[in-house]
Structure formats: C-alpha cells, structure tokens
Design a protein around this ligand. Structure first.
Ligand SMILES: *Cc1c(COP(=O)(O)O)cnc(C)c1O
Length: 429
C-alpha cells in the first residue's frame, strides 16, 4: 500500500494497522487524531474535541502554540544537533534562563522524563558516596508506594504496579518503599538507616490517580530529609510548569501574583527538581534536572551524558515554552479555573450516585467513579465523552483524569463542564 492510501483510510483501518503492525503496549481510546490547536484536537473525519488529557500534561501551553511552532521552524532550518562534543549557541542561554526561572544554580539537560529520573538517581547516589560518606554500593533511595517515575529498567524496579514491574527483573536494588502521604514513615526509615542518600517523591501522584497529599506533607518531608542529611528529590514532570496552579506543585498555595516569589513561606525548595513534559510545550522530548552547584558538581566530564540532551532545538523550545507560561499567566489561569472546575463538579457530585469524589489541584484533577460491578464504567464514560467531543482517559480502572491545556478559557471550560455533567448524568441509575 502506498503512503497516500494509508493516510486516507478510515479511523477503524488506522487503528487496525497499529494493532497488526505495532506492539500492544497501550490501550488507547479509539480515536485517530490528525490536528491540534490550543485546547482543541481534530480526528481524521474532521470532528473537533476538547483535549482533557494534554498528552499527560505535556501540552500545558496548548497544541501547536504559534510561538513554539515559529521557534521550531526557525531552529530546524538553522541548527538542530551538535552533540555536547561542542558548544551550541542556545544551550547556555537556556540554562541561564531556566535556572533563574526555577531558582537553582545548575541544570542538566536530558530528553525524556524517565531519563531525568535516572539522572537524578545517579546524582543522588554519587552525592551519597562523595558527600555523605556512604560505603561503596550501599546507597539507598526512599520512594513511595504507587509511584510513577517512568518506564526504564531501574525506574520500574521500584514501581509497585505489577504491570509496570513484574517479569522485567532482575530488578535494580537500592530502593526502599514507604506509603505516600506518611511523614512518620519517612522519619522512621531515615532515622534508622544511615545509608539513605535521597527521597524521591511526586508532589501529587498523577498516574496513580491524582492523589493530593495533605497540605503540609511536602514541607514536612523536606524538613525530615534535611534533619537526616538526605536529598529531597521532587519529580515534577507532570505536576510542574503551572499545571497545579503554581509554577511547581512544591510551591504549595503561595498566592504570588505574577511570577513565583521564592520568598513565599509555602515554597519548599527541593534539593533536586526533575522536569519534563511541558518543558517543551509538547513539541519535542525535553527534560531537565535542576539542583545547586554543590550537588550537581558530583558529576564531572565523562560521567553522564546524552547525544540529544541540550541540543539547540530543545534549548530554544524549552526557553520559549517557559516564557509562554509566564507571559500568558498560565499559573493563575490554572489556579482560578481549577477551583471553579472542582466546585462545579462537586455541585454535580452532591446529587450523584455515580461519582464519589473530585480531587486535584489547579487543572490536574480526577473524578472517582463508583464502579464495583463491571470495572468498565470509567472506560464507557470516556467513550461517551469522546462521542460528545471531549477526550479523557481512565487511569487505574475507576478514575478519570481531567487535565486540559492551561490556555483554556472560562467559556471553553463551561462548555466542557456541560459535556462532562451531561455525560455523567446519562450513566446515573
Ligand atoms: C510522565 C512521567 C514520567 C516519565 O516521563 P517520560 O517522558 O514518559 O519518560 C516520570 N515521572 C512522572 C511523575 C511522570 O508523570
């Protein structure tokens, strides 16, 4: 079949091609998309949808943001890749900008989120040996149950999700699990083991189903880490870059108006911050690890790297993606519309048998469906949402995540709340 024929098949045929010729590592909602703009997506039949997943929060800035498209086009015809064997004229500029933006001294550029996590693990372990004096190969990192930090072999070694973890061993040792949202458990384990180098945590567990911890959890964990000379590592790949209504989810409820004020007393500065996803506005895989000099400098030439990490395309896109977040006030929009969204959905839930809860922060939210019978309810709801023009996906069976691009307007959100509540109502007994 020629390429032309392939592109003019029906959605069913496209899906069948993937099924026949591809690995079956995903179970997508059956819709074939071909175009995106802002909060909207279009399928190959021209049907328009609201995107309520935002590629797992990678397109906070909206699909095909014109400024990002311009930067990408310009950079594509100028210089895309040099490797780090040489300097390029975009990387230093981006590093200076991003470290100032997030309040750290140094940035290490990678591509995917999982690589960012791997990098943070390597830095943490080496810091443990060089600075804390942990005996050779004894360093441990504490992680939480139900974590999601990516798909590489070391990262899935400490996943507690059987699908992610089982049959992929032998697993990388050196990780200790504690329950999420349990400061006492962290304290207990840190105080009794001098070989712990770091505590790796998501400020909100996104993939697990948007679990938001207690208000003081992050700050309390940081304090316990400090008291025990353990690095506090925040995986903000999904929660960072304005998604939860502040620049970072570790900013807590600071009420800064324009850009984040680092003085805000609710801000908890992680020792190591991992970013990805929206760092490029969905144009290209860009991730980064940010930390201060005394930690970052445990890595010296030849000890870490990536062929594509820090390339001029990635650096240009990431800088622009962060500028858009600031210039378009996406933090404030996410915070205000997030409150509004949860209030409206809560109104619905008050008279609902079907929906048990709405939770989240900013525009990272989820509803929990009351589904003890079939286990199919959330999936069926997502299919009907699709039919009505809104794309969302269930996570962990009975949870539906709602995370539109942060450029969504109040008017658009009102339409979406209408679609969601009508759809839910059609499933009530
Ligand atoms: C998506 C995600 C990752 C992995 O990012 P990839 O780019 O898919 O490798 C890691 N941690 C968190 C919290 C994520 O949401």
């Amino acid at each position: 079949m020629s390429q032309k024929t392939l592109l003019h098949t029906t959605q069913e045929e496209q899906i069948a091609l993937e099924k026949t010729h591809g690995a079956h590592d995903y179970h997508p909602i059956p819709v074939v998309l071909e175009k995106g703009e802002g909060v909207y997506l279009w399928d190959t039949d021209g049907k328009k949808y609201f995107d309520f997943l935002s590629a797992y929060s990678a397109v906070n800035q909206g699909h095909c943001h014109p400024e990002l498209v311009r930067v990408m086009q310009e950079q594509a015809t100028t210089l895309t890749l040099t490797s780090r064997a040489f300097h390029n004229n975009r990387l230093g500029n981006y590093m200076a900008f991003a470290t100032e933006y997030f309040g750290f001294e140094a940035l290490l550029p990678m591509n995917t989120g999982a690589e960012g996590v791997e990098t943070a693990i390597k830095i943490t372990r080496k810091w443990g040996y060089l600075r804390k004096g942990i005996p050779k190969d004894q360093a441990k990192i504490v992680v939480c149950s139900n974590n999601f930090h990516g798909r590489t072999t070391t990262v899935i070694s400490f996943s507690t999700d059987p699908g992610s973890h089982d049959y992929f061993g032998p697993h990388t040792p050196g990780f200790i699990h504690i329950p999420y949202n349990d400061v006492a458990a962290l304290q207990e384990v840190l105080e009794n083991d001098p070989h712990i180098a770091g505590f790796l945590v998501e400020p909100i567990q996104g993939e697990a189903g948007v679990y938001t911890p207690d208000e003081n959890y992050i700050a309390a964990c940081k304090k316990v880490c400090e008291d025990n000379q353990v690095l506090f590592i925040a995986d903000e790949i999904q929660t960072g870059i304005a998604r939860t209504g502040s620049l970072l989810a570790v900013c807590g409820n600071c009420s800064c108006e324009n850009h984040c004020e680092r003085q805000a007393d609710t801000f908890t500065k992680p020792d190591i911050l991992i970013l990805g996803k929206a760092l490029s506005g969905g144009m290209y895989p860009v991730s980064a690890v940010l930390t201060d000099r005394h930690i970052m400098d445990v890595i010296q030439p030849g000890q870490h790297g990536s062929t594509f990490g820090g390339n001029p395309m990635a650096a240009s896109l990431a800088k622009k993606a962060l500028e858009i977040v600031r210039d378009e006030n996406l933090m404030q929009n996410a915070r205000e519309l997030g409150h509004y969204f949860r209030a409206q959905i809560q109104n619905y839930i008050n008279t609902s048998e079907l929906v048990l809860q709405v939770r989240g922060k900013g525009l990272l939210n989820a509803i929990v469906i009351n589904d003890s019978e079939t286990g199919q309810m959330a999936w069926n709801i997502c299919l009907r949402l699709r039919d009505k023009g809104l794309l969302a996906k269930p996570t962990h069976g009975n949870i539906i995540r709602f995370a539109p691009p942060l450029v969504i307007t109040k008017k658009q959100l009102d339409s979406c709340i209408g679609i969601i509540t009508e759809t839910l109502a059609s499933f009530e007994k």
